[in-house]
Design a protein around this ligand. Sequence first.
Ligand code: ADE
Length: 346
Amino acid sequence: MNLLSFRTALLRWFRKARRPLPWRRTRDAYPIWVSEVMLQQTTVATVIPYYERFIERFPTVESLARAGEDEVVALWSGLGYYSRARNLRMAAATVVERHAGRFPKDLETAMTLKGVGRYTGSAVTSIAYGTCAAVVDGNVRRVLSRLHAQRGLSDARAQELASDLLSPRFPGDWNEAMMELGATICTPAAPRCEVCPASKGCQGRDRPQHWSEGKPRRPTVRTRVDMVLVKGAGRILLTRTPAGELMQGLYELPNHGLPARTGGHTDLPEKYPGLDIEPQPIATVRHAMTHHRIEAHVFLGRLRNPKAVGDLSFFPLSGLNDVPIGALTRKALAAIGLKRRESPGM
Ligand code: ADE
């Protein structure tokens, strides 16, 4: 199969099979940019409701540039990797101030924006403007490995192979077609070669698994977190994660992280001497993030002196939707029946 007929076959397939995703209804760079940032490390199914809420609240790059960081992070709450939200807001301000409100057309300029790397820059500029920039994400990398029957592609080699294949006439559709193929047909565990539009030109077709063996997984790290729920008059106490920590800026129930161990007493009273804490947890929730597995126990607590909240703050339960809250606390509040929507896919 030559390159031209390969491109034609894949593009034709994509135009028929593409999923009707909300960000595919537009060619406006701003919503496409938002979707591509959300889609980093996050599945399409999880992203859709977040994307829709985000675009409804911030329909233009100007509205996002004007927004406060807390509100942007609150809307992101549950998607994880919150630096994505902070960078997106800062980059929106740069687009308004330095680029007359237009996401840059050329990849090198786009990549000067905070949080826009080669992947996001290529995706947005190719889809919105037809810039010739090839996308390499995890899906594309697997498709390339199989197509070329080459394992362990370096980043540079993968980029080179993707750029060689890129359709110069339809770079945006091409990039989306490659990603879509990896997401829906050339999947990691059960590729459906029998219905693949690229199977004729695929050198790895006989042994797809062999060519796409990934990097070895990082070993799982288990952590136990003890959290304390202090509730009264329709309000709860929350603490803000300091800058420099993983969940920087997010609010959580007051907590103490420990290396994993089962049972045993809690060290919460030593960390929060101003609280009376019940000895037995009222709920247990679990959360997975990359290679971390967290088990959280929630204890009931009371303030000894109602005026001495220290660096904790009271928040009304009815206003929690506007507060950027970490995933573990959201799960804990949902488990004890105190909170609102749970995000899908978590
Ligand atoms: N994954 C990330 N961006 C995508 C896109 N535009 N199409 C399909 N899958 C994607």
